[in-house]
Design a protein around this ligand. Structure first.
Ligand SMILES: C[S@@+](CC[C@H](N)C(=O)[O-])C[C@H]1O[C@@H](n2cnc3c(N)ncnc32)[C@H](O)[C@@H]1O
Length: 159
């Protein structure tokens, strides 16, 4: 997540960066000279995101490519909606997986997230969220509504 302005900040969340990836991503970031503006949080996003929220952290944009389990993606999006400023961007990788796609769809259908068409160009990938042979793009970007709102629970529809 990068916060714009005079003091840009990039927060990376990855509990397995050292144990599973030997810090490869963090080392690339350091070799690019970006570590002064970057923070690595080595805990699951379900722990890191509420922590950032309670610290008052506000982001312009977020990129989600962590756990691909439905409940963990849903929790990521739940907290990112409160951390990314109104009108900000949330990009999600691997939306062609049903677990990821279904989580994102709730936010599109109920909370006013708008997919930005052609945000990511490239060849379609995968077999679509319902496994019916349709081709899906790999990454999608969503713009949050300019005004945050909470829908009445009575308006809930299956997603
Ligand atoms: C598919 S990799 C993508 C990494 C990176 N975005 C890239 O494209 O190279 C998924 C990453 O999510 C991390 N991850 C897995 N579970 C996570 C969780 N609960 N919270 C945060 N990150 C998680 C993994 O350690 C891994 O680094």
């Amino acid at each position: 997540m990068t916060v714009n302005g005079p003091r840009p900040r990039h927060v990376i969340i990855d509990p397995f960066q050292e144990s599973a990836y030997a810090n490869a991503g963090w080392d690339v970031l350091r070799s690019a000279g970006l570590d002064p503006v970057a923070t690595l949080m080595s805990v699951p996003s379900s722990i890191a995101l509420p922590r950032l929220l309670s610290e008052g952290f506000v982001a312009d944009a977020a990129f989600v490519d962590g756990s691909h389990r439905f409940h963990e993606v849903f929790v990521d999006l739940y907290f990112l909606r409160k951390i990314v400023r109104p009108g900000g961007l949330i990009a999600v990788d691997d939306v062609w997986w049903p677990s990821v796609h279904t989580a994102v769809r709730y936010f599109e259908r109920h909370l006013g997230w708008t997919a930005i068409s052609d945000a990511f160009r490239g060849a379609p990938i995968g077999s679509g969220p319902h496994g019916q042979g349709e081709q899906e793009v790999r990454c999608k970007a969503y713009r949050l509504p300019e005004m945050s709102f909470e829908p009445p629970f009575q308006d809930f529809r299956g997603f």
